[in-house]
Design a protein around this ligand. Structure first.
Ligand SMILES: CC(C)(COP(=O)(O)OP(=O)(O)OC[C@H]1O[C@@H](n2cnc3c(N)ncnc32)[C@H](O)[C@@H]1OP(=O)(O)O)[C@@H](O)C(=O)NCCC(=O)NCCS
Length: 197
């Protein structure tokens, strides 16, 4: 079993795992092509995209950023033409989705706290601790180039989400705030100090 940085060739497997493990999530409703563009953006700094391989197959991934300041704008800039094309398609098929994306981007930019962020993590069902291993490697990867000693943060659903909430608490994350996201969706923001001692 190993965790490594993802490459462009891995993105289609990451999209497959995302679709399987986040079937009802907003990003999944935007389709495979959008998800591929989205995850490709994490291949460039300050994005971080890791995959966990077991028996030479990808079984999970973790995506995030080294710094939340303006990250979504940088992500779009990283794959500007692909995002523009995906955005045009969504404009015709799901115009309200663009409104929701703009809401999420502007909300994340109004946040005063500065942190590195885990934006997406998923593993295929397992009894081998893939999730904990991936999360620990993601923390190490962030800590490697953490000049400003930023904490690591993430958001997750407040309701009907016991497994993920327990997973983060067991991994040393503490509740920073409870807030409402798009359409009153109640969320936790978790935080962990990952400064090397
Ligand atoms: C949240 C998530 C990433 C956690 O990853 P995970 O691999 O399931 O979590 P763990 O590392 O704790 O390990 C999984 C299981 O293996 C067990 N395990 C861990 N190490 C083990 C070992 N050496 N031997 C046997 N079992 C082991 C754990 O106890 C856990 O059991 P449980 O599912 O009965 O609690 C994963 O459940 C997932 O992808 N969920 C869907 C997407 C999602 O919600 N992502 C988070 C959004 S914020």
């Amino acid at each position: 079993m190993k965790v490594r940085r993802a490459s462009l060739q891995d993105v289609h497997v990451i999209v497959k795992i995302h679709e399987e493990r986040f079937p009802a999530f907003f990003l999944s409703t935007l389709g495979k092509d959008f998800l591929a563009v989205f995850y490709t953006g994490f291949l460039k700094n300050p994005g971080v995209l890791l995959v966990l391989e077991d028996s030479n197959e990808i079984k999970g991934f973790a995506a995030g950023s080294r710094d939340n300041r303006g990250f979504f704008r940088i992500l779009i800039k990283n794959s500007f033409f692909q995002f523009t094309w995906a955005g045009i398609k969504i404009l015709f098929s799901k115009p309200l989705a663009l409104k929701r994306m703009a809401f999420n981007v502007s909300k994340s930019e109004k946040n005063n706290l500065i942190y590195a962020e885990l934006l997406s993590i998923a593993t295929l069902a397992n009894k081998k601790g893939y999730g904990k291993i991936l999360l620990a490697e993601f923390e190490k990867e962030i800590a490697k180039e953490n000049i400003e000693n930023l904490p690591l943060s993430l958001t997750t659903d407040f309701d009907e989400n016991e497994k993920a909430i327990g997973f983060y608490k067991e991994s040393g994350y503490e509740v920073y705030q409870i807030f409402e996201s798009y359409q009153n969706r109640k969320m936790y923001r978790f935080i962990k100090n990952i400064v090397k001692k």
